[in-house]
Write a protein that binds this ligand. Structure first.
Ligand SMILES: Nc1ncnc2c1ncn2[C@@H]1O[C@H](COP(=O)(O)OP(=O)(O)OP(=O)(O)O)[C@@H](O)[C@H]1O
Ligand SMILES: [Mg+2]
Length: 547
């Protein structure tokens, strides 16, 4: 019964081996020991039985044997399985370790990714912030754009209106320009008609103020003056107003008949210039113009023509030049283009000298019948300062000569020449003229001044040339066929500026002192001669431009 139970037990175990093995053989050694015990117990009895009885084995023994074999097999299977389990365990352990490593790696990877995610979130937040501000900016720009677009549309329509207006104005300007050309031609005609009516040779007397050291008590002393009507000399008081004195002393109607104007001692350079600016205008209209300053030494010729440096005392030359440039700019608006070329020379003892020559230059100007003057430096001037510079250079050259030749300035005639060329392409007109501004040498009678030697020689040359000048005026006034232009360098130089198409103006400069009375009379006589002269109807040197 016990064996059966054991067998049944073993059979049952074999039926469900895995749980039994895991349970019953969890301790393999105790199982093996139990089996060995069982085997020795059964084996001992069997061997005893076999020894004792060599009888066939009993069923039980067989069964035992069978069970033992079964046990052995199971043990082996168990061991096998155990080994398999061990291997599997190792494999699983390795896998587990591998998984743990992978897990650690993944964890760190996850950490990194999470950090990256945090960073990305921050970036996203930042970008979202930027996006929203950009969107706001975009909104602003959009509204600005729409405002600008509407402004542009408005301005475009305004520009179009302005274009229309400009086109209308341009047409108007063109019309006015045409009219201006016609008006300018008419203005020139009328201006020069007035000048002709005033006389092509005009004389002005200018009395200079007393200088320091002069006897001002001589103020009321009689100074010779001329009655323009009778052309005889009369005395008059050269007080505040010489002109009114002539009228009162000589003849009530003298002023009307006399074509002279007298500038008294208080007259300013600006007042004197008012009288010549009309002639300067004529030179731009194509008329040759000569302005002379005649008078005894120290009577104010150079002061009248060149003047001082300050605004009020600037003389006729700088003022004329300024007026020319001013007119040049004004006439440019009417289509006229003007160019000016300046030169300056002096004639001393009948020898011309270039006052603008480069120092040391040996070239001498030549005055001839065929060409007024050659070998003379000529400078294009575009602004008044250019002329100012040239005048200063001439002054330096003259001063050098003055030192070498002893006060030569009053002993030579100095001539400032400006060649004027104008062209109006639109009107197809051109005009050319020469403006001569002349500071004559001081007129003195040798008998009176009693000069000798070099001064006597100078005085003779001066007298000869001034006498020739007077004769030229006389012959021109008599309309005599032969006019002695060739008799002096000065008249030869000015020949073209003293003919028909020319206008002359002479300042007779006189000193206010009684001591100068004799020289003053002489000067006034000379001026009276010039004043009788009419150069005929002046014609402008103008014509049609070759287009
Ligand atoms: N209208 C005036 N107002 C003030 N000063 C004058 C005037 N006219 C002449 N003078 C002065 O008188 C002096 C002599 O004048 P200026 O040199 O012009 O005489 P001039 O006729 O040129 O003499 P010269 O024949 O010797 O060259 C100068 O000192 C000048 O400044
Ligand atoms: Mg002088």
């Amino acid at each position: 019964m016990q064996l059966r139970e054991q067998h049944d037990f073993a059979s049952e175990q074999s039926l469900d081996l895995a749980p039994v093995n895991r349970k019953a053989y969890s301790n393999g050694e105790s199982a093996a020991r139990s089996s060995a015990t069982t085997t020795s117990r059964f084996g001992g009895a069997g061997a005893k039985a076999a020894k004792t009885t060599d009888k066939p084995k009993s069923k039980a023994a067989l069964k035992i044997e069978e069970l033992e074999q079964e046990c052995t097999r199971k043990d082996e299977a168990f061991a096998h399985q155990k080994q398999a389990f061990e291997q599997e365990k190792d494999t699983l352990k390795a896998e587990n370790e591998q998984l743990a490593t992978t897990c650690t790696e993944l964890k760190s990877d996850v950490d990194q990714k999470q950090a990256a995610i945090v960073e990305l979130r921050e970036t996203v937040d930042d970008l979202q912030g930027k996006q929203s501000s950009l969107l706001q900016e975009l909104d602003g720009l959009r509204s600005h754009l729409s405002h600008a677009t509407s402004t542009i549309e408005q301005q475009t329509s305004e520009i179009k209106d302005l274009h229309d207006k400009v086109a209308a104005l341009e047409a108007c300007v063109k019309e006015h320009e045409q009219q201006a050309i016609v008006d300018e031609a008419e203005r020139r005609r009328l201006h020069n008609m007035v000048q002709e009516l005033k006389g092509n040779v005009r004389v002005f007397c200018r009395v200079r103020p007393f200088l320091s050291g002069e006897d001002a008590s001589a103020d009321e002393q009689p100074v010779a003056c001329l009655d323009g009507k009778t052309n005889t000399l009369a005395s008059c008081a050269c007080s505040a107003n010489v002109f009114s004195s002539i009228k009162l002393t000589v003849h009530p109607s003298a002023m009307v008949l006399c074509s002279w104007q007298v500038f008294d001692r208080d007259s300013t350079q600006a007042q004197v210039f008012e009288e010549i600016e009309q002639l300067v205008q004529s030179s731009m209209d194509g008329y040759n113009v000569c302005v002379f300053a005649y008078g005894q030494t120290g009577s104010g010729k150079t002061y009248t023509m060149l003047g001082g440096d300050d605004e009020g005392s600037r003389g006729m030359i700088p003022r004329a030049v300024e007026q020319l440039f001013q007119r040049q700019a004004e006439l440019a608006a009417k289509g006229w283009e003007y160019t000016f070329k300046a030169s300056m020379l002096e004639i001393y003892n009948e020898e011309p000298r270039d006052l603008l020559a480069t120092p040391g230059s040996a070239t001498k100007p030549v005055i001839s019948w065929t060409a007024p003057v050659s070998n003379l430096s000529e400078f294009a001037v575009t602004v008044p300062d250019d002329v100012h510079e040239l005048l200063q250079r001439a002054e330096t050259n003259r001063r050098t000569a003055k030192t070498a030749m002893n006060a030569r300035s009053s002993r030579s005639h100095s001539v400032f020449r400006l060649q004027i060329a104008g062209e109006n392409k639109a009107a197809g007109e051109v005009c050319n003229a020469t403006l001569n501004l002349i500071d004559l040498a001081g007129s003195e009678r040798i008998k009176v001044s009693k000069v000798q030697g070099k001064e006597e020689k100078e005085a003779k040359y001066i007298n000869k040339s001034l006498t020739t000048l007077k004769r030229v005026f006389t012959k021109l006034s008599q309309k005599d066929g032969h006019v002695p232009f060739r008799d002096s360098k000065l008249t030869m130089l000015l020949k073209d500026s003293m003919c028909n198409n020319s206008k002359c103006l002479m300042f007779v400069n006189v000193a206010p002192t009684a001591a100068s009375a004799s020289e003053t009379k002489n000067s006034l006589r000379f001026a009276a001669e010039a004043n009788k002269c009419h150069l005929g109807t002046a014609r402008a040197n103008s014509g049609t431009s070759s287009k």
